[in-house]
Design a protein around this ligand. Sequence first.
Ligand SMILES: NC(=O)c1ccc[n+]([C@@H]2O[C@H](COP(=O)([O-])OP(=O)(O)OC[C@H]3O[C@@H](n4cnc5c(N)ncnc54)[C@H](OP(=O)(O)O)[C@@H]3O)[C@@H](O)[C@H]2O)c1
Length: 335
Amino acid sequence: MKAILLRAPGGLENLKQTNLEDPGSPKQGQIRVRLHASSLNYHDYNVATIPGSATDGRIPLSDGAGVVEEVGEGVAEFKPGDCVVSCFSPAWQLGRPPVRDFSSVPGDGVDGYARDVVVSAANSFTQAPRSYTHAEAATLTTAGLTAWRALVVEGRIQAGDTVLVPGTGGVSIFALQFAKRMGATVIITSSSDEKLKRATALGADHTINYKACPEWGRRVLDLTGGRGADHVIELGGPGTLTQSIEAVRLGGLIALIGVHTGWGGHVPTVQLMAKQARLQGIIVGSRMQQIEMIRGIDATGLKPVIDRHFGLEELADAFRYQAQGSHFGKIGIQI
Ligand SMILES: NC(=O)c1ccc[n+]([C@@H]2O[C@H](COP(=O)([O-])OP(=O)(O)OC[C@H]3O[C@@H](n4cnc5c(N)ncnc54)[C@H](OP(=O)(O)O)[C@@H]3O)[C@@H](O)[C@H]2O)c1
């Protein structure tokens, strides 16, 4: 089978295309999937570029979508020909999160989907949305489910709520799309006026250029008549949290998701306490939440925004494109 391996010590120059032995037929409880697509996440970029992030020879990429070729004994949920999409956290099937690290996450602690065929536990995949191409399905594993969990599972979003979405990458555009489908008002920020125009075309109600308006938390209060946003998608981390706390309404939810500005820093605890806001750490979601998200997608017809596709053999170039930050929505990988 065709695969990309990340050789030690990591870095884009150490992504090597190779041929590995075919994994053969599935055993009990397993399925064999012909993979047709993946997509890039900031997490995949970190695994590929931070020295020592992954063990030598790791197959990168957490997202994978394709067709079931064969099912092992005891598998009733899938049959050959089913279109499926991978789960970010196969160890988390339902209920509360059982793991605190990335040791069981495909493309990080275990091999991922930068390859054309995989044999794995049936419960590390779900059915894909009915009307989706493989490329579309492959956007859901990480970015789609993170946005869904923040708004629907943790946020219990309701029609009429206001959602603050920072930036216009994969998680952000899914958050914009889910929020609009749920009847919310969306305020979106970006470093680019051009991207803000595209966000407006997708339904965003208000836009803020966070470079031109560094005090965007105040601006969110102005736009909401002083009330603040019910849901804040927090993707920046330490460099943006102060503004997010300013922007959230009394008793609102800040979904702490991203690390764009770093991995640790100052938290204005008194302001957070005064807002009586909930700061909820999020690492993607469970397999059951993915099944529920896909049911919602089937019901609404929501389609992901894919900025550009690269071939699997162009993976390093795809990551370089991601690093430039000019993309809007997802970057697809065709296998
Ligand atoms: N915890 C989790 O479960 C989880 C899951 C998925 C992603 N994440 C995290 O969420 C973040 C986004 O991931 P992604 O895969 O969607 O990335 P991505 O597609 O590469 O999105 C990058 C976008 O983020 C925006 N951005 C960068 N710095 C920003 C800042 N200081 N303020 C506001 N926006 C900023 C930029 O938007 P503009 O170009 O419009 O300015 C950029 O295009 C990353 O930090 C990632 O690690 C976490």
